[in-house]
Write a protein that binds this ligand. Structure first.
Ligand code: CP
Length: 308
């Protein structure tokens, strides 16, 4: 078996050591360079990959699909809303049914935190977590950090503020682990109702205002307000959120060169001013492009476990 990451699955950012992260970034670099040269890849030739999304997605689903295609995988796309789940079939029976068709790698997004961990305990296949509830979205953190690495040359010592709806964010949870493993300093900014409840489990310092965050940070990672996961009453209004926490060109002009990121989809006019999309250090589109090469890297590395 060629060199690969430490665990034969990717459920959480906590599965990844610093060496794993470096290996994934190196493989992503290889794919980015080779793909531009017109090279073809057969890392997943003869391997079946199921894309099973029980929650909506544009970026993650499409980039896993294109990544798997570029690696010559056989791809099965499962759509929860038109499946036999609607007739009462369980999640585990659904996995077992797909497994019986010879699928070996499962890319799964699910609304319940821990769904992929549960499934991994019940399959000999490889599960990649493409987002589980509020828990984790490890490949998003990988692509965010890869984007930063390409921009700054290193993540060690970077000052990063994560802004907005941190409480509901799997992106924040995964990023905190990866950013800290790579040596960044991370702080939070958001309304009290959208910050971690009671004790802050990550011991992340909070910043008091968007102005202070911009003054302190090299990078602002803006999060979407996840209205679909909120009970009513967490925010007085979108306008008030924008007034206190919205990232605008005027606000970031106090620190030229600051990098602005967002995992998407963006609620423009709420957490981010539309004009930011044309700001040169807004890396949202680069994040999307990085996502394809990061997912190629992760799929390729995990496929080593199927080759013995
Ligand atoms: N960033 C992200 O997970 O986007 P999608 O929901 O479009 O996949």
């Amino acid at each position: 078996m060629n060199k690969t990451i430490s665990k034969p699955f990717l459920l959480s950012s906590e599965d990844l050591t610093k060496e794993d992260l470096e290996l994934i970034f190196k493989r992503a670099d290889f794919f980015q360079t080779s793909y531009k040269q017109g090279d073809k890849f057969d890392d997943l030739k003869g391997i079946s990959v199921a894309l099973a999304f029980f929650e909506n997605s544009t970026r993650t689903k499409l980039s896993f699909e294109i990544a798997a295609k570029r690696l010559s995988a056989e791809i099965m796309s499962f759509t929860a809303s038109t499946s036999s789940l609607a007739k009462g079939e369980s999640l585990l029976d659904t996995l077992k049914t797909i497994e019986a068709m010879g699928v070996q790698i499962y890319v799964i997004r699910h609304g319940s935190s821990g769904a992929q961990q549960f499934l991994q305990r019940n399959t000999s296949g490889i599960i990649l977590n493409a987002g589980d509830g509020k828990h984790e979205h490890p490949t998003q953190a990988l692509l965010d950090n890869y984007t930063l690495l390409k921009h700054f040359g290193t993540i060690e010592g970077l000052k990063i503020t994560i802004v907005g709806d941190i409480f509901h964010s799997r992106v924040a949870r995964s990023n905190i682990n990866v950013m800290r493993t790579l040596g960044a300093e991370v702080k939070f900014l958001g309304p009290g109702t959208l910050l971690p409840r009671r004790l802050n489990p990550w011991n992340v310092e909070q910043i008091d205002s968007i102005e202070d965050a911009i003054d302190w940070s090299d990078v602002i990672l803006v999060l979407r307000l996840q209205k679909e996961r909120m009970n009513s009453g967490l925010l007085p209004s979108n306008d008030e959120f924008s007034d206190f926490y919205g990232v605008t060109l005027k606000r970031i002009s106090r620190r030229p060169g600051i990098v602005v990121m967002h995992p998407g989809p963006v609620n423009y006019g709420v957490e981010l001013d539309y004009a930011i999309s044309s700001y040169p250090n807004c890396l949202i589109q680069t994040q999307v492009t990085s996502g394809v090469f990061i997912r190629m890297a992760v799929l390729s590395l995990l496929s080593e476990y199927l080759k013995n």
